[in-house]
Design a protein around this ligand. Structure first.
Ligand code: NAP
Length: 259
């Protein structure tokens, strides 16, 4: 799917990997850079009939694949894993080599957040992961020990927080494991906590040319009536032939925290 850049200047024939791969993403002091990637319809819905797939298209898939290629870790909430049925990251051989040349594992590691640990251990995101990128499950100390023991057979289960996962602690653990770039793929509830903790550095927002209506969540869902807004700087806009827009925003420095 051909793509062009509309902003900051017009460029025809943009390659997604060249564009996103050249962006500066310096790790913070004690945590990796956190890049959020979400797709929403033109009226702001993040799912059609409970899944994001109904909003997507070939160019959106290409950008998703590109961002995963760049990431050390793909962070997702358990709600998204249950709704979408994720598969492990399986890059093509030349892309595995590219990652290894950059000092990364051949495939990105998935990290799932859950308190209930209501996760299917036979799901391919666990069972199909490569040994170098064994899936991580972050849970709080209060999680059920039996479910934890079951998941420990197929994933690295890491405690972070008492009754909910402390996101700073989880990101700190990823930092200790050598992660420099974490791609968060949602969903909206997890995104809301990242916003509340001011842990988002970049938002890659795909605008799908659809009107959806309904009750699907926005890109970020918080229970706070009005959390403090965070300022974004528009860095780039790409457009695909099929009308999808790819907006890259960087969070203003003053609205970020290193920890
Ligand atoms: N448009 C898009 O780009 C996009 C992307 C992703 C998802 N989606 C859609 O969004 C929906 C799912 O999103 P969602 O917002 O409902 O769920 P979500 O954010 O994916 O997951 C929420 C769940 O994650 C776990 N969790 C999150 N933060 C936690 C913390 N701090 N401590 C412990 N556990 C934590 C909890 O799991 P437990 O319940 O297991 O404790 C919580 O119920 C689906 O419809 C999906 O298709 C859309």
């Amino acid at each position: 799917m051909a793509m062009r850049q509309l902003f900051p200047r017009t460029v025809d024939g943009i390659d997604a990997l060249e564009a996103y791969g050249a962006d500066a993403r310096p790790p913070r002091e004690v945590r990796p850079w956190v890049m959020l990637n979400m797709i929403a319809s033109a009226d702001g819905a993040t799912a059609v009939e409970g899944r994001a797939g109904g909003l997507g298209g070939p160019a959106d898939q290409e950008v998703l694949r590109t961002l995963r290629l760049l990431a050390d870790v793909v962070l997702v909430g358990a709600g998204t894993i249950r709704a979408e049925g994720y598969a492990p990251h399986r890059p093509k051989p030349e892309m595995r080599a590219m990652r290894q040349e950059r000092g990364q594992t051949p495939a990105a590691t998935f990290a799932v957040l859950s308190a209930s640990l209501d996760l299917d251990p036979t799901a391919s995101v666990f069972a199909g992961a490569e040994p170098e990128s064994r899936t991580i499950v972050f849970c709080p100390a209060s999680s059920d020990p039996e479910r934890r023991a079951t998941l420990e057979k197929v994933a690295d289960v890491v405690t972070a927080g008492e009754t909910t996962v402390d996101l700073r602690a989880a990101l700190g653990e990823l930092d200790r494991r050598g992660s420099r770039l974490v791609l968060c793929e949602g969903g909206p509830i997890l995104n809301g906590q990242l916003l509340a903790d001011r842990l988002i550095d970049e938002l890659c927002l795909t605008v799908s040319p659809m009107l959806v209506g309904g009750t699907a969540s926005r890109v970020i869902h918080t229970t706070l009536a009005s959390p403090t807004p965070i300022g974004l700087r528009l860095d780039r806009v790409l457009e695909a032939d099929d009308g999808f827009l790819f907006l890259r925003y960087v969070v203003e420095e003053a609205d970020r925290v290193a920890r």
